[in-house]
Design a protein around this ligand. Structure first.
Ligand code: NAI
Length: 371
């Protein structure tokens, strides 16, 4: 059986750190195991962003129709991708992938796969559900504190050799007494609010079409707000923890940002495309947002506005690349989870229901939008 994995380049870091399992170099630690079972394993990188890296020879076998990805896809039965630098499995590519039976996301978040096309083509899609939800929840809490306490400008001042406490204290606050709300109260959103309980926020809100059971709401002191405009208008901090799908793409746009509390903070580690890039940059520049921290999910061009955008006082930017869910701890979990999904598949065993996003020709989760 041919197993094709689209991983990310780890270069010297991956050679020196074998726990960087999601890389082309370290192959999720499954290459020898697959070979010992007689399977063909292709682990490659897909340069869908025309990424140039000084350590690589920019090469056409990494992008477009002649790429390893598209060549091997034609007869692969299993495709493994990571959300950290995915190969995009479009409907068009699925039509060419005549043997493809199962796509495994080594991590959480399968928006890089055309899930409607997977339903139509009876290709199963599985994630390693839960594998990095703690990693992301911790990161969100860090991002919230980083913004609210105005940490980045304070540290940058130190590196510059300056020392002007008032310049940074004028935009630093406590989280205590603030209203924090999550868009999406699934595994990550829930864990974010759970971790914030000891901070004594004024309120924890959530916006999600799936209501939490009363005892789960109580455990994290959360109140559901059903209308998104009402929800954002009450929050000092909004954190986005919902998957990217038709109902969330561009959800945080100019209109919705105008309904935010003036000077609110926004944290988005879910997917960049849930926010309108220019609208967020403009809201930060005007002060409508006091801060934006989040990850960017493709290698952002050097002049991407989010790299350098600032609020009127010169801070409020906590952007990083997409790494919150790929700590070394998370990589161990999603690599082990990928192997276990493969074992189930090879043995014809039932998969863990929570891991199944698309089953045989049907949606198996309600998390990717109301259908
Ligand atoms: P989950 O499936 O446990 O929870 C998602 C929640 O979002 C569900 O409760 C669902 O009802 C809700 N939701 C869906 N559409 C919504 C909408 N339009 N409005 C409000 N709520 C909506 O998923 P989990 O594990 O919490 O992950 C959420 C997302 O976080 C993933 O799909 C992925 O995109 C992102 N993620 C990012 C990572 C990173 O490294 N930055 C790592 C892991 C996940």
């Amino acid at each position: 059986m041919k197993v094709l994995a689209i991983l990310y380049n780890g270069f010297n870091a991956a050679v020196k750190e074998p726990r960087l399992l999601g890389t082309v170099e370290n192959k999720l630690g499954i290459d020898k195991w697959l070979a010992s079972r007689g399977h063909e394993f292709i682990g490659t990188f897909y340069d869908c962003y025309h990424l140039y890296h000084p350590l690589t020879n920019h090469s056409h076998d990494k992008e477009g129709p002649n790429s390893d990805f598209e060549k091997h896809l034609v007869d692969a039965e299993v495709v493994i991708t990571t959300p950290f630098h995915p190969g995009y499995l479009t409907r068009e590519l699925m039509e060419k992938a005549k043997n493809l039976k199962i796509c495994i996301t080594a991590g959480v978040g399968s928006d890089h796969i055309d899930l409607n096309a997977a339903v139509d083509h009876k290709i199963q899609v599985l994630e390693v559900t839960g594998s990095n939800v703690v990693s992301v929840a911790e990161h969100v809490v860090m991002n919230i504190l980083t913004l609210v306490r105005n940490f980045v400008p304070a540290h940058e001042m130190i590196e510059r050799g300056d020392w002007q406490v008032s310049d940074v204290a004028r935009n630093a606050f406590d989280l205590e007494g603030k209203v924090v709300g999550t868009i999406g109260a699934g595994r990550i959103g829930y864990r974010v609010l759970q971790r914030l309980v000891p901070f004594d926020c004024k309120e924890h809100l959530y916006y999600d079409y799936a209501k939490l059971p009363a005892e789960r709401e109580q455990a994290i002191k959360a109140r559901r707000v059903e209308d998104i405009e009402e929800f954002v208008s009450q929050c000092d901090v909004v954190t986005v923890n919902a998957p990217l799908h038709e109902g969330t793409r561009g959800l945080i746009n100019e209109k919705l940002l105008s309904k935010f509390k003036p000077g609110a903070w926004l944290v988005n580690t879910a997917r960049g495309a849930i926010c309108d890039t220019d609208a967020v940059a403009a809201a930060l520049k005007s002060g409508q947002l006091r801060g934006y921290a989040g990850e960017y999910f493709l290698p952002a061009p050097k002049d991407h506005p989010w790299r350098t955008m600032k609020n009127p006082l010169g801070g409020g930017n906590g952007m990083t690349p997409h790494y919150s869910g790929t700590t070394l701890d998370a990589q161990a979990r999603y690599a082990a989870g990928t192997k276990s999904i493969l074992e189930n598949y090879f043995e014809g065993r039932e998969q863990e229901p929570a891991n199944v996003i698309v089953g045989h020709g049907a949606w198996a989760t309600k998390a990717y939008g109301q259908r």
